[in-house]
Write a protein that binds this ligand. Sequence first.
Ligand SMILES: Nc1ncnc2c1ncn2[C@@H]1O[C@H](COP(=O)(O)OP(=O)(O)OP(=O)(O)O)[C@@H](O)[C@H]1O
Ligand SMILES: [Mg+2]
Length: 188
Amino acid sequence: MPTSSAEAAGPRGQRAHLRLVEVAAGYGAAPVIQDVSITVALGEVVAVIGPNGAGKSTLLKAVLGILRPSQGTITLAGEQITGLPANKVSRRGVGYVPQVKDVFEPLTVRENLEIGGYALPRGEVAARIDEVMERYPALAAMRNRPAGYLSGGERKLLAMGGSSCAGPACWCSTSRPPASRRSSPTSC
Ligand SMILES: Nc1ncnc2c1ncn2[C@@H]1O[C@H](COP(=O)(O)OP(=O)(O)OP(=O)(O)O)[C@@H](O)[C@H]1O
Ligand SMILES: [Mg+2]
């Protein structure tokens, strides 16, 4: 995977929120990605572009704690998250929209959003779902439909809505965010 240079801040001088320094990760002895350094500032959107199999999803899995980096460091708001398990990275405010297996097909749209908010205090989940449905009215119209019956685009919208339910400060997606989400928190 191509390497980018590490910067201490975003292109307009903003403070780094998510910072990867010389990260390597993979699934066996040979790393799929190596020497990857990226800085994402608050409010900044960073796209990682590359051909199929280049290692884009592998990079996000290393950030999310799904894969443990074999080298390098990852910090969020100045704190080390390198090698933390995914549940702890998620609770620190990193949202993730997987490329595949992104929704629970037998569950309804609303039930999927409830799962997205599982880490929130119980009393906050309904209000957060209302906010997400207000932001994505298409989801409100389909709230009782099983996720397995959605179109590809509707399904991706639900996956993004579910991730939004947790109110992430940093958002990692394998797809282009929908229009209403493009001015979101930090994304990569
Ligand atoms: N669980 C796994 N075990 C072993 N190898 C894997 C695994 N997942 C992915 N790979 C391999 O790692 C490499 C990088 O895969 P990755 O999914 O990161 O690519 P990508 O850039 O996201 O591709 P795409 O654009 O097709 O989504 C590929 O060669 C892929 O076959
Ligand atoms: Mg991928």
